[in-house]
Ligand binder design. Structure first.
Ligand code: 2AM
Length: 170
């Protein structure tokens, strides 16, 4: 079984920009994500068998959805997962279309299904206790691809690894 999810996978420029912002976060016990682990989850699928991954890859290839531009203009604190994350005041229609298309794609598969409304976010840090008070310039992320990603647990911590990515339409 492999733990997988669909995500927007930032390019190196965005990773650098977000990491620089993340460096400014300070609070006791905060566990910041490594720059290479930054992502925007589109659909969390949980632990799945190899044949399901094959089906996901076959279906994802056929998906036609538009590229997505996210304007990360807020830093939020979510108390239950205890995360600090970047969020968008406005989520573009193209994002909903992509998430809906992915939910259709997984509908009949034995994978985790989310019941809560979708809220785009990029987790910056875990084990947070309160909302950081920092000013920053909004970060605009143009995603031309979406990806199937694996979460691998290592002694050094969790690592997110790209399985495959697919182009979004211009
Ligand atoms: P995140 O997107 O809020 O950062 C792999 O576990 C990734 O899928 C994590 O980064 C995690 O959080 C996201 N995710 C979304 N829903 C999840 C769930 N129900 N259980 C675990 N991880 C989930």
């Amino acid at each position: 079984m492999r733990r997988v999810f669909f995500a927007l996978w930032p390019d190196d420029t965005i990773r650098t920009e977000v990491s620089q912002l993340s460096e400014r976060l300070e609070q006791p016990g905060l566990r910041k994500l490594k720059s290479t682990n930054l992502h925007v989850t589109l659909a969390f699928l949980g632990n799945v068998e190899e044949d399901v991954i094959l089906t996901l890859r076959q279906r994802a290839r056929t998906l036609r959805s538009s590229s997505v531009t996210l304007q990360f203009d807020e830093i939020d604190y979510w108390s239950r997962p205890r995360i600090v994350c970047l969020t968008c005041q406005k989520q573009p229609l193209s994002l909903y279309q992509l998430v809906n298309a992915l939910n259709q794609l997984i509908r009949d598969l034995p994978v985790h299904k989310e019941s809560r409304p979708f809220r785009a976010h990029m987790t910056l840090a875990r084990k947070a206790k309160y909302r950081p008070q920092i000013c920053f310039n909004a970060i605009s992320m143009r995603a031309k691809k979406f990806a199937l990603v694996e979460s691998v647990s290592l002694a050094s911590g969790v690592e997110y690894r790209l399985i495959e990515s697919w182009e979004l339409q211009a």
